[in-house]
Design a protein around this ligand. Structure first.
Ligand code: NIG
Ligand code: FE
Length: 406
């Protein structure tokens, strides 16, 4: 709805008057609300809001939100929404005792996704991704970052990024694209990682940047995948084209990637399931955002990101889905919200800011979405009747959304 008045809102949640600074430390736990409120949408933008007794009369259609909460839609700052096929067979392998890394070594994992993606046309990939995106929006996500990384050669990486570009053009929500050529080492480069890195930085990236196909650059920095030297190359190569880095680090091990990413000005470091003292210290003295991915922790049964400790150490935390067919086959941020509270021990307010306001910083859409602020897009969640924000993580695994407005 482009023009609408929401009336009798039981509580309007997530109000800001500017989006100049990311929320960290005690401010991560602060969410401004207004009871018994109205909100006016004009041309799809938040035009005005205030207490119900001051609601002006307008010519606009009215939507009564009695008993219901209204909040900004979630911002999913880390996903792999474009992918080929399900890898549910790998879940079965894991349940028969194989680890994520053993499955990857046996030809499963990211390389398996790349093989399947190679066989699909751009149109088929788009059609599947479009269906997923519609579901994502229904579940309350109002902006999304999407990575490549299942191509692993120039044609297929560009195929993925072109699919993301069409999604961007046709989607009602903001989308950002990330080039993740350094996601896994393709079979033919198994014994020559340096040659693959050369290809990524000197052949793929120039063409991708030349066609304006990537907003960010990423790498899977992990034992058995890419190392610190590769991480440095990726971040620096991105800078040559004015592209900031958002990187996969510390999922299974900690060996200096957080320090390097922070000192090189990465926008975000994502995963962080395994953290040591030096990692915290590096984050404390940087502007890099720490992104927790609780759906991945749940699905792989690996540790949760120590998000509470990060917040206590004054480090801004975002929470995202990591939606992908291998480690997080869910895009449902309502469930991520519940896990952020029940498993990572965040307060509902800390988790909410991680899923909305801070996540908008982590994908450079802070001026468009992520809070109830005049001038931002009116991408809103209207909940089912609820007591307060805590109802969403409380009814975990349930859908407490009555409707979304995009
Ligand atoms: O964020 N860790 C690396 N990449 C993805 C998973 C990729 C896959 O298994 O397909 C992640 O978890
Ligand atoms: Fe990921």
């Amino acid at each position: 709805m482009n023009n609408l008045v929401l009336t009798n809102i039981k509580q309007l949640i997530g109000i800001t008057d500017n989006s100049n600074e990311v929320k960290k430390g005690s401010s991560q736990g602060q969410v401004h609300t207004l009871d018994n409120a109205y909100l006016i949408i004009r041309d799809g933008i938040i035009h005005d809001f205030g207490p119900m007794n001051e609601c002006p009369s307008t010519e606009l259609t009215t939507h009564d939100c009695a008993q219901k909460l209204v909040m900004p839609m979630y911002v999913d700052s880390h996903t792999h929404l474009v992918f080929a096929k399900s890898r549910s067979d790998e879940m079965k392998m894991r349940l028969h005792g194989k680890s994520y890394q053993e499955i990857a070594e046996a030809g499963g994992g990211i390389l398996n996704s790349a093989k399947k993606l190679h066989e699909m046309s751009e149109q088929e990939l788009y059609d599947d991704a479009h269906v997923r995106l519609e579901q994502v929006i229904k579940n309350g996500t109002g902006a999304i970052e999407i990575k490549s990384g299942y191509g692993l050669n120039i044609e297929d990486e560009m195929k993925m990024l072109r699919v993301i570009r069409v999604l961007k053009q046709l989607s009602p929500i903001p989308i950002k694209s990330t080039f993740l050529g350094a996601h896994a080492i393709p079979e033919e480069f198994k014994n020559n990682k340096a040659a693959y890195m050369y290809l990524v930085c000197n052949e793929m990236l120039p063409r991708i940047a030349g066609e304006n196909l990537a907003d960010f650059i990423d790498i899977f920095c992990e034992t058995g995948y890419f190392d610190l030297d590769d991480l440095r190359q990726i971040i620096e190569a991105g800078y040559q084209y004015g592209i900031k880095a958002k990187v996969h680090v510390n999922q299974f091990s900690s060996f200096g990637a957080v320090q390097l990413a922070c000192s090189h000005g990465a926008l975000s470091v994502d995963h962080l399931e395994v953290m040591n003292e030096e990692d915290y210290v590096a984050l404390e003295s940087s502007n890099t955002i720490a992104t927790a991915l609780p759906l991945c922790s749940m699905f792989l049964d690996i540790p949760y990101t120590p998000a509470k400790q990060l917040i206590q150490r004054n480090i801004p935390v975002a929470v995202a889905s990591d939606f992908n067919p291998g480690s997080a086959p869910s895009s449902n941020l309502n469930l991520a919200f519940a896990l952020a509270c029940s498993q990572m021990k965040l307060t509902p307010e800390e988790a909410f800011n991680g899923l909305t306001y801070n996540a908008a910083f982590a994908m450079d859409v802070k001026d468009e979405v992520g809070s109830i602020q005049i001038g931002k897009k009116a991408n809103l969640i209207i909940t089912k009747p609820a007591n307060g924000l805590e109802d969403i993580p409380y009814w975990f695994g349930e859908n407490r959304i009555s409707s979304v407005i995009v």
